[in-house]
Design a protein around this ligand. Structure first.
Ligand SMILES: NC(=O)c1ccc[n+]([C@@H]2O[C@H](COP(=O)([O-])OP(=O)(O)OC[C@H]3O[C@@H](n4cnc5c(N)ncnc54)[C@H](O)[C@@H]3O)[C@@H](O)[C@H]2O)c1
Length: 396
């Protein structure tokens, strides 16, 4: 299969590119390196020493004999270059990771809100318009987020995208139908993902594009079998207050003897998936595209849910780290339950990497090994959701 990976230099995109290339798919990465530029802006960086794209690709070629092509291109801005690439290369599938993906970064200031909306919505719409204009039957697999559903329960397991409802028509008939599960975004970033859903629904209906939207949980872990083949192929590991995701932050905090910072009560429940399962899910999604003319195929790409304070306890048990409760910079419920259906990926053959099985390896192989690269001043979460919220800074 010929596959374009938009955002293929990022945390999920890089290991996915290697995984698909290793399966002998012809992979082209398209990335404008905006994530590396944001590192410069934030004066923060990956805990792991990631290499420039040229070194990554050369090492991959020398190690495996597979070639990955690369185009530096802003998907949100360079529409005609994107269209020409699609027309010339005629990919069978496009995997779309190319968005600004940090909720705290999207809430830092009006400029960050506007950048996130501008970048994410234009990137997604440009891809859809370009596939349509090309006239090619390309399967688009997009990385959405569990956050589009919000983090409440309506007393039921969250379904995979669609909610069955029954309405009573004006003439008294009861009609059943399925609608997109009502969205409830908790940040500007999440709001862009909810808008993406409407773009997809429209293009699937109007232009019969084949689209899979993968509502992913929080990704943890760093390595996949392919990124471990050579140090030059190492994946990024974000731990700073804007881009670090909660579990990887705990692992790194434990490794540098910094208290595990729980925002608020830690009663928030979130969905998780290991990076090894992310790349496998994308493979499964590409191997099982929807039929042309069908509605968007939505799959919940997560394997387990945990309450944040329980995660902190688990990491503390393994590492002996202290726990610190700090102000919650986010505007969210202090406690929530979360029950999620993920049967579609399990039915396709996903065998989840569980937290219990993978956590210790992650602490020792990554967080401790690269702890010397950590800048502790970058750990606190400083972006606040409203002026009422306070930054998540520990008093130590
Ligand atoms: N990491 C997670 O925990 C997580 C959880 C749920 C969903 N997701 C989704 O998965 C996708 C990838 O996440 P990630 O963690 O790999 O993020 P990342 O920031 O590490 O990677 C995104 C990549 O896209 C590139 N990019 C951004 N805008 C672009 C543009 N306009 N043109 C070209 N390239 C562009 C960036 O340079 C970067 O390399 C995102 O859409 C994100 O919303 C991630």
């Amino acid at each position: 299969m010929k596959v374009f990976i938009l955002g293929g230099d990022g945390f999920c995109g890089w290991p996915t590119s290697l995984h698909l290339s290793n399966l002998a798919h012809e992979v082209t990465i398209i990335d404008n390196l905006s994530r590396r530029n944001i590192d410069n802006e934030l004066e923060a960086g990956s805990l792991t020493p990631i290499k420039p794209m040229g070194t990554r690709l050369k090492t991959w070629r020398e190690t495996t004999g597979h070639t990955i092509h690369y185009e530096r291109l802003d998907v949100a801005k360079n529409y005609h270059r994107l269209l020409t690439l699609i027309q010339d290369e005629k990919p069978d599938a496009i995997v779309h990771f190319a968005e600004q993906r940090a909720a705290p970064y999207s809430m830092k200031s009006s400029a960050h809100k506007r950048y996130t909306v501008d970048n994410n919505l234009n990137a997604t719409h440009n891809v859809l318009a370009a596939i349509t204009e090309s006239g090619l039957d390309i399967h688009l697999a997009h990385l959405g987020t569990m956050g589009v559903y919000g983090y409440g329960t309506a007393g039921m397991k969250i379904p995979e995208g669609y909610l069955p409802i029954e309405i009573t028509t004006d003439d008294g008939q009861r009609v059943r139908q399925e609608i997109l599960y009502p969205t409830n975004p908790g940040s500007i970033y999440h709001m862009t993902k909810t808008q993406d859903q409407l773009f997809f629904a429209y293009y699937a209906k109007n232009d019969h594009l084949r689209i899979s939207d993968l509502h992913q949980g929080i990704v943890w872990g760093t390595h996949t079998p392919e990124t471990q083949l050579d140090d030059n192929l190492i994946n990024r590991f974000d731990y700073d207050g804007d881009y670090g995701t909660v579990l990887n932050r705990f692992l790194m905090q434990a490794a540098v003897n910094y208290p595990l910072t729980i925002h608020g009560t830690g009663g928030q429940t979130r969905a998780f998936i290991h990076i090894r399962d992310t790349v496998r899910c994308i493979q499964l999604a590409l191997e099982n595209p929807p039929e042309r003319g069908n509605r968007v195929q939505i799959l919940n790409q997560m394997t387990e849910t945990h309450r944040i304070r329980d995660l902190a306890k688990l990491v503390a048990q393994i590492t002996g780290a202290e726990i610190a409760h700090v102000d919650n910079p986010r505007n969210e419920d202090s406690e929530n339950d979360l029950h999620v259906h993920n049967d579609l990926f399990l039915d396709l053959g996903l065998e989840p990497t569980t937290l219990q099985a993978g956590l210790l390896e992650e602490v020792t192989h990554t967080a401790k090994k690269y702890a010397h690269n950590a800048d502790k001043t970058k750990i606190p979460a400083t972006a606040t959701w409203t002026k009422r919220q306070k930054p998540g800074v520990p008093t130590v």
